[in-house]
Design a protein around this ligand. Structure first.
Ligand code: FNR
Length: 339
């Protein structure tokens, strides 16, 4: 019987062998805060590729050192990062998985020795330091840094790029009226708040012709924040710009008490998919094969992003296949009836 979870899907010229995606997860593992790939990163991502995950999304990777969420994050701000990322890609591709990297800048949520930058001098919470409002030059440099990140990602062999516009990080800070109080062309109206993301997408496209995904937080859990009609507007703009998939998460722009339950963010992926007619990714407490299959068969999303369950179970795909009575082709090294 056909199981959608194990059906290939194509974005531009990239075909994923199934719908299972390793959700981007920072693992704070660089050795000397230099942003470099080390042996643990290789083992961590390669083991999920052996586990038959269709798309491995490498964690939030900083396009500028001052944009790191934590100093042990991976980096792509220098050509010196390319070689390590190339080695990582070879190991992911060796098992038939495709690879992606999430390009990120933390803005006011950065924890680095450098001063924090943000659209406006507004801190996230009372325990935070106040960020510096970005000048026009800062904005141009950041857009260029994303563009250079895309160029290096291409050289390193990534099949797909994801832009991190969620969880209250820099791009999200520009999108949200809660954190963006600018009175120039990057603030105010919805169109202006989208401008930074628009220009980052344009810069990325100059260097990378493959599929580009964007992760957004489609619920700000605040009455004065963006609402679904705003996310539909942003997603329509992204579709016009040629974005291949919206990866739909929530939260992070303000501190909020978020009610979580199985599949708690899927409804937003479904709303955007239907309203915008664009492929979406669902994420958040999706843990079983049956649950993933329901989301895909009911056309609520096109890809299933798995976070914590893949930390616990690198071989989740096999478990889900067994649950769905699907015969999963084993990795070629296990092909003698052991699987
Ligand atoms: C995350 N998450 C995350 N999200 C993101 O867009 N970029 C990132 O780098 C990270 N880093 C990260 C680290 C760790 C340790 C965890 C647990 C989570 C969020 C993650 O991708 C996912 O959206 C959430 O974990 C919800 O999915 P699950 O875990 O319920 O499947």
């Amino acid at each position: 019987m056909e199981r959608k979870l194990f059906t290939p899907i194509t974005f531009k010229d990239v075909t994923l062998k199934n719908r299972i995606v390793m959700s981007p997860m920072c693992i704070l593992s660089t050795e000397s805060e230099d942003g470099q790939v080390n042996p643990f990163h290789i083992t961590h991502y390669e083991s999920r590729a052996v586990g038959q995950v269709g798309l491995i999304m490498v964690e939030a990777t900083a396009v500028q050192p001052e944009g790191r969420i934590m100093t042990k994050d991976l980096g792509i701000w220098s050509d010196e990062h390319i070689e390590g990322l190339q080695r990582l890609n070879e190991r992911i591709h060796a098992h038939g998985s495709k690879s992606s990297i999430q390009l990120a800048h933390a803005g006011r949520k950065a924890n680095t020795p450098q001063p924090k930058m943000a659209p406006s001098s507004i801190r996230e919470g009372e325990n935070e330091t106040v960020p510096t409002e970005m000048s026009d030059t800062d904005i141009k440099e950041t857009i260029k840094a994303f563009q250079m990140g895309a160029k290096r990602a291409k050289k390193a062999g990534f099949d797909i790029i994801e832009l991190h516009a969620a969880h209250g990080y820099l791009i999200n800070q520009f999108l949200s009226p809660l954190s963006n109080k600018r009175d120039d062309e990057y603030g105010g109206s919805r169109e202006n708040r989208y401008r930074l993301l628009r220009e980052i997408i344009e810069g990325t496209k100059k260097e990378f012709t493959g599929p580009i995904f964007v992760r957004i937080s489609a619920d700000e859990y605040h009455q004065e924040g963006n609402q679904m009609e705003d996310f539909v507007y942003f997603s329509k703009e992204m579709k016009k710009q040629g974005i291949s998939l919206i990866d739909v998460s929530t939260g992070g722009i303000v501190l909020a008490d978020i009610q979580v339950y199985p599949g708690y963010q899927v409804k937003h992926a479904e709303t955007i998919k239907k309203a915008v007619e664009i492929p979406t990714g669902a994420v958040g407490l999706i843990t079983s094969g049956v649950q993933a299959e329901e989301i895909l068969q009911n056309e609520r999303a096109d890809l299933i992003f798995l976070g914590r369950v893949l930390l616990r179970k690198p071989y989740w795909a096999k478990e889900a296949a067994d649950e769905l009575n699907f015969k999963l082709d084993p990795p070629k090294q296990y092909q003698r009836g052991w699987y």
